[in-house]
Design a protein around this ligand. Structure first.
Ligand SMILES: Nc1nc2c(c(=O)[nH]1)N[C@H]1C(S)=C(S)[C@@H](COP(=O)(O)OP(=O)(O)OC[C@H]3O[C@@H](n4cnc5c(=O)[nH]c(N)nc54)[C@H](O)[C@@H]3O)O[C@H]1N2
Ligand SMILES: Nc1nc2c(c(=O)[nH]1)N[C@H]1C(S)=C(S)[C@@H](COP(=O)(O)OP(=O)(O)OC[C@H]3O[C@@H](n4cnc5c(=O)[nH]c(N)nc54)[C@H](O)[C@@H]3O)O[C@H]1N2
Ligand SMILES: [Mo]
Length: 757
């Protein structure tokens, strides 16, 4: 593929013919089985399967094709005809494969056999399941439980996740970090602190009633494209959309619905954002202060002129705390500080605030642009401040909408994959399974990474994911990871984490959710929870990629049986034979959330597990929703300095996290390469660079460690001054492990301090 960076004029609307072309390309490259097409028709529907990609909810009234460009790519990626068999290792050593790109590793196809690392030949070799389980169990038994980490990416269903957490706790540790520790942990901790809910408060019907959507750092066009459908509907009925984002994301500019023949043939675009504010990376606190300031000024005028109040006084009195302190701060903040810190003009902020004031019902949407900052939790609290001013939480058509990542990332937390003990009904576990669960909190990802680098962590089990590639401090981590006694990866495709094997290392290949999961009592369904806390059943219908694959649940129970002492309450074999029994256990553990679980799992749109904040019941320490007074104007942990830039690590439209489908980021006009750094023309000129020039990015975290990403081509892009962009995961060599959200320890991946060499 030739390196080619198209000019930005070629950027089309999101969706449209570009989206179909992009699908056709993946189809051609991965040669999925013809059955892939039949599978697409069952995607995200009752009695179908739930998309293996993101956690966007499934509507009750679904479209004929309820999938998006990226969901379809994920389906085809799983149903590829390519296979990474044991023979692959005849021609390749592990060390050699380290020079391969992430894309090329996954293009080898579905993993077919359980494999063990053989240090003598520096290759993975075939192993039986029996032997793999026995040796993993034997190694784990020799370790102190707290020196093992049980990581989970958000792929596995609720049943496997519940048993995985039970395995870790029966073994003796709460070291159950998850991908959300790098993602929406800021929500789990930060949102919970202010409204008593670790998850969003919005449900599908709210989308249909909202008068305005305020987007902060979430990119639906690439990362939750099915969201564009309700947004398009909202626009058609006159709702307004306001976006705060340093990057102009095409999906937030305009959309052609690829599933609407009329739109496709006429090129009928729906403009999405009415206002697009290119805030500086990390500048949202100031921007939201500006919005709140305008709201308060309008309210002052209303009081003076005796017209209707602009803020919801009744709601604020009855439901919130901290208002007067917050308002004091809002009044005191000066527009010139707000403009400097946000990079936005007073006029632009006032215009956006005007939309907020005029709208009866507002939904605040956010993603990694708020959560992945040193003050990510404060970012989230600021958005909540804005919503609380007009009572926009816990009311129809309004609320707080964090858009989650992996298809079951939220659900895994719900059923116990969590390192924080206070989230777990330990007494219930004790009663159900007759053991003493560990009482100490487990490790977050940040602490686990530190432990691996320090040599304190001896074993990591990964239920999905590509942990080594997803975390900061990549350089030291590669050494730390490979120094462990045991690394076990439950995977579908080959990835970089496999290439730094511990002393004992296993790749355990699992079924995809699309595939038939045949167990003792017949084919099994699994369940997942979406961003709106709805639980849906998912039934695989495809023939497995290899007859040697096991389900994630069966792999968890296989490890459990080989590791744990006998306990008649732990009926691993029975549970493996019938996942319905596991759902009964989940219901017994969380009776309020999972009432009638087995009966309701195939309800259209999923069944709602409920949310107290949605009903204006606030499970916070204060028993109310909390206004937070910011003690600073930006979300950074460093000051601006000459030559220092804020690096936003970006996702392209052609990737799902570390899975790189291809090299076409067509929305940003970047084709054929990911080795780029995006800068505005001003910054390019000021730094004495020219577009196309090759540069290195260097960490400027100030801890004396040298972290470098070389070989990036400079590309001119519409960005605020001082903010530059480059792709994740490649950029993870640049981030320091100590650079994370203060409250939740989510790595700060959206404003990494860097210099250009
Ligand atoms: N196709 C596809 N879908 C995905 C994924 C994928 O990689 N590919 N990943 C999945 C996962 S795990 C997750 S968590 C979600 C992630 O989905 P998103 O939350 O959308 O994550 P990002 O694309 O990393 O960043 C979101 C946006 O934040 C903006 N941004 C950066 N810094 C700032 C800032 O300081 N302020 C503001 N206001 N905006 C900022 C970026 O320009 C970007 O548009 O998507 C999920 N879905
Ligand atoms: N710099 C920077 N770093 C980031 C981010 C960022 O924006 N910037 N984003 C962070 C975020 S939001 C997240 S969620 C993490 C993602 O971190 P992870 O969740 O650890 O990574 P993924 O790339 O989603 O994992 C991909 C691998 O999962 C395996 N896999 C795929 N499907 C399945 C399945 O069905 N079952 C199992 N068992 N395995 C499967 C495949 O082997 C594949 O190679 O990265 C984080 N890291
Ligand atoms: Mo994520």
């Amino acid at each position: 593929m030739a390196d080619h960076i198209a000019n930005p004029e070629s950027e089309g609307p999101a969706g449209g013919w570009g989206s179909l072309k992009s699908l056709a390309r993946i189809y051609g490259e991965t040669w999925p089985t013809p059955a892939a097409i039949e599978s697409l028709a069952r995607q995200n529907k009752p009695h179908g399967f739930m998309c293996v990609s993101c956690a966007w909810p499934k509507p009750v009234n679904y479209h004929p094709f309820e999938f998006c460009e990226n969901g379809a790519k994920a389906t085809m990626w799983d149903l590829t005809n390519a296979r990474c068999t044991p023979d692959f290792w005849n021609d390749h050593t592990v060390s050699e494969l380290r020079s391969w790109k992430d894309h090329d590793l996954e293009m080898t196809g579905r993993l077919t056999h359980p494999m063990r690392y053989d240090a003598g030949t520096d290759r993975y070799v075939e192993v039986t399941w029996e032997e793999a389980f026995t040796r993993i169990g034997a190694t784990l038994k020799q370790l102190h439980p707290d020196s093992a980490v049980f990581y989970s990416s958000g792929h596995a269903g609720l049943e496997a996740a519940y048993l995985y957490a039970l395995l870790a706790r029966s073994y003796g540790t709460n070291n159950l970090p998850q991908s959300s520790n790098m993602c929406h942990e800021t929500t789990s901790v930060g949102l919970n602190k202010v409204i008593g809910s670790p998850v969003g408060t919005v449900v599908w019907e709210d989308l249909e009633k909202a008068d305005a959507f305020f987007f902060f750092g979430q990119n639906p066009g690439s990362n939750s494209p099915r969201f564009l459908h309700p947004l398009q509907d909202a626009k058609k009925r006159g709702a307004k959309i306001v976006t705060f984002n340093p990057v102009i994301e095409q999906g937030l500019v305009s959309f052609v619905n690829p599933q609407n023949p009329f739109d496709m043939l006429t090129g009928n675009e729906t403009a999405i954002s009415d206002h697009y504010l290119q805030v500086k990376a990390g500048g949202d606190i100031a921007a939201i202060l500006g919005l709140c300031k305008t709201v308060i000024e309008a309210d002052d005028e209303a009081v003076a002129s005796g017209t209707n109040r602009v803020i919801d006084v009744e709601f604020i009195d009855a439901h919130t705390t901290g208002f007067s302190s917050f308002i004091g701060c809002v009044r005191q903040s000066a527009w010139h500080d707000i403009e400097r810190e946000s990079g936005l003009t007073e006029t632009a902020i006032r215009d956006a605030a005007d939309v907020y004031i005029r709208a009866e019902r507002v939904i605040g949407v956010y993603g990694m642009g708020l959560t992945q900052h040193a003050q990510g939790a404060l970012n989230v609290a600021m958005l909540v401040n804005l919503l609380l001013l007009r009572g926009n939480i816990g009311r129809e058509g309004a609320g707080c909408c964090p858009v989650r990542g992996h298809s079951n990332v939220q659900g895994q937390r719900t059923v116990g994959v969590a390192e924080k003990t206070k989230l777990i009904p330990m007494e219930k576990l004790k009663e159900l399974f007759d053991f003493n669960p560990p009482t100490e909190d487990g490790l977050t990802i940040v602490d686990a990474v530190k432990g691996m680098i320090a040599g304190d962590i001896k074993a990591t089990i990964c239920l999905g994911g590509n942990l080594l590639r997803a975390v900061p401090e990549q350089g030291e981590m590669e050494t730390g990871w490979a120094s462990q006694d045991l690394t076990v990866m439950v995977s579908t495709k080959l990835n970089r984490s496999h290439l730094f094997p511990g002393r004992h290392a296993y790749i355990l290949p699992c079924l995809s959710r699309l595939e038939i999961d045949e167990q003792a009592t017949g084919p099994q369904a699994v369940t997942t929870e979406d961003s709106f806390s709805h639980i849906s059943g998912s039934l695989g219908k495809r023939t497995p990629a290899s007859k040697y694959l096991k389900s994630e649940l069966a792999i968890v129970t296989g490890i459990a049986k080989a590791t744990l002492a006998d306990n008649p309450s732990l009926r691993w074999d029975e549970w493996t034979g019938d996942y319905g029994l596991v759902r009964e256990l989940i219901e017994a553990t969380y009776p309020d959330d999972f009432k009638d679980y087995n009966r309701r799992m195939f309800e259209p749109g999923g069944f709602y597990r409920g949310n107290d904040a949605h009903q204006r019941v606030w499970n916070t320490d204060e028993g109310k929703a909390v206004f937070t007074t910011p003690d600073r104007m930006n979300a950074l942990s460093f000051d601006d300095a000459e030559g220092r830039f804020r690096l936003v690590t970006m996702r392209s439209n052609d990737q799902f996290n570390t899975t790189i489908y291809g090299y076409s980021d067509r929305f940003r006009g970047i084709e054929g390469t990911r080795d780029v750094v995006l800068m505005c023309e001003d910054d390019i000129a000021r730094a004495g660079l020219t577009p196309g020039q090759s540069v290195s990015l260097v960490s400027d975290f100030g801890d004396g460690k040298r972290r470098v990403l070389p070989g990036l081509s400079v590309v001119a892009h519409k960005l605020p001054r001082g903010t530059v962009g480059a792709y994740y995961p490649e950029c993870n060599v640049l981030n320091a492990i100590d650079h994370h959200d203060e409250l939740s320890k989510t790595p700060a991946s959206k404003a990494i301090p860097v210099r250009i060499e």
